[in-house]
Write a protein that binds this ligand. Structure first.
Ligand SMILES: O=C[C@H](O)[C@H](O)COP(=O)(O)O
Ligand SMILES: C=C(OP(=O)(O)O)C(=O)O
Ligand SMILES: [Mn+2]
Length: 453
């Protein structure tokens, strides 16, 4: 039976159009945008509302300390880099990290990519000037091109369709990889053994051997490894570009409720979470699990007001707060926010994004981050939650499966000069494959040491 949407609920989905919407492009032609919007609205959804519900349940478990979220992928996916190799390497990296974290946490890891839709970026300045020429800033492949020409930087609504089709192809391959045997625990474990042959990672030997022994124990005890050939993998991106998210919002025939079917999980960024703004209004009306980024200036009252707007009834797993305070700020800035939310009692998932509060410019001009700062913010996150008796529920990282040189440090010691070797990101610096695995080993230790009920 199909349940239709309440007409008021349907009308509400466009209420954001009358509210201030920051970080949106200036499309040159409203009529072209409208016709592409209609085309998107008629295209099949990318995810099924029932999958978003399943994810909500898993996030509810994370909020109770019964699961842990690993969310990772590029700062900005690009159409050009949405190749099979690139997608495979990212999925592989996340799966490898997840095995290490599963062992550290002794919990199921909820696996989620910043993938299949992460094509729209908020920017700190709307324009970019090079050699006296000023053009619109690059806002992600769904809006404009990175090439520094007037033609490429002009927002082009045809890109919305390209974003949709590239998301569909990416998601299709992710589903094939994770359901078709690529994610088999025995394979993933072998990849991790390969990583450990590099002497730079000697400090993780002990943990790696323990994991190896645990897998051999499982085999000896007759564990059904065939049941561990597939994994659930969820898609997510920043819910930034409302001209894309609105047409992909559909009424779930089972319930009559709206879901944004561009991804399983959408988050509202630090720059677009104004309480009276378009983004909070729009995402308050869709039933996916939703995240909000919280920067270092967030107060406990800000967090409570966001909860009132986005999860007034306290549905478990509906709301995730992704804190991104910076290594130097988290220990001071996070406790007040966490205490206030904990005292309220409505559940949230607390997730640490140790990337966005730690961005610096290297002496030779690269936008980068220090691996030590990234790890220190995660450590601070665990310390704060241990002190307040709350649950550290997950990790949100910018990473790639490839061997880029964008983040300083790691056991292989990328330095300022090293950044120049393979710096390919178009927006923020990502952990490379090795740095990502190294982070997983370090976070696994933190998970092991955390207080559990
Ligand atoms: O993740 C994204 C960036 O932090 C954000 O887009 C701001 O980047 P910018 O300062 O380079 O504009
Ligand atoms: C822009 C991003 O983050 P934030 O909103 O936290 O700055 C991002 O996740 O790429
Ligand atoms: Mn980023």
């Amino acid at each position: 039976m199909t349940i239709p949407a309440d007409p008021q609920v349907l009308a509400g989905l466009d209420a954001w159009r009358r509210l201030p919407a920051v970080q949106q492009p200036e499309w040159p032609d409203a009529a072209v945008l409208a016709s592409i919007g209609a085309e998107l609205a008629a295209a099949p959804p990318l995810v099924f509302a029932g999958e978003a519900d399943a994810l909500r349940e898993k996030l509810a478990a994370a909020s109770r300390g019964e699961a842990f979220l690993l969310q990772g992928g590029d700062c900005a996916e690009t159409f050009a880099e949405s190749s099979a190799d690139n997608i495979r390497n990212k999925v592989k990296t996340i799966l490898q990290m997840a095995v290490v974290l599963t062992y550290g946490a002794s919990l199921p890891i909820v696996k989620m990519g910043r993938m299949a839709g992460q094509y729209a970026k908020p920017r700190s300045t709307g324009t970019e000037t090079r050699d006296g020429v000023t053009l619109p800033a690059y806002r992600g492949d769904t809006i404009n091109g990175h090439e520094f020409t007037a033609a490429s930087r002009t927002p082009d609504p045809a890109r919305l369709l390209k974003a949709y089709h590239t998301s569909a192809a990416t998601l299709n391959l992710i589903r094939a990889f994770t359901m078709g045997g690529f994610a088999d625990l025995r394979r993933v474990h072998e990849w991790n053994r390969g990583f450990m042959t590099n002497p730079s990672y000697k400090q993780y030997d002990e943990l790696a051997s323990e994991i190896d022994r645990a897998i051999r124990f499982m085999a000896a005890a007759g564990a059904d490894f065939d049941a561990l050939r597939t994994v659930e993998f969820f898609s997510s991106h920043e819910g930034l570009l409302l001209d894309y998210e609105r047409p992909l919002t559909r009424i779930d025939s089972r319930t009559g409720l709206p879901y944004d079917c561009s991804a399983h999980f959408l988050w509202i960024g630090e720059r677009t979470r104004q309480l009276d703004g378009a983004h909070v209004d729009f995402f308050s009306r869709v039933h996916n699990p939703i995240g909000v980024k919280l920067g270092p200036t967030t107060s406990g009252d800000d967090a409570l007001a966001l909860m009132d707007a986005l999860n007034p009834d306290g549905v478990a797993g509906r709301l995730t707060f992704i804190t991104r305070m910076g290594a130097g700020r988290i220990r001071d800035a996070l406790p007040g926010v966490v205490e206030k939310v904990a005292a309220d009692g409505r559940p949230v998932v607390w997730v640490c994004d140790p990337m966005h509060g730690n961005t610096i410019t290297s002496a030779n001009g690269y936008k980068t981050r220090r691996f030590t700062d990234v790890i220190d913010e995660v450590r601070g996150f665990f310390e704060v939650h241990a002190a307040t008796g709350t649950v550290p529920g997950g990790l949100h990282v910018e990473l790639t499966g490839d061997d880029v040189t964008e983040v300083l440090g790691g056991a292989e010691e990328i330095d300022d000069v090293g950044l120049a070797r393979r710096y390919t990101t178009l927006v923020d610096p990502r952990l490379n494959h090795q740095q990502s695995l190294e982070m997983a080993f370090l976070v696994a230790e933190m998970l092991r040491e955390r207080p559990t009920a």
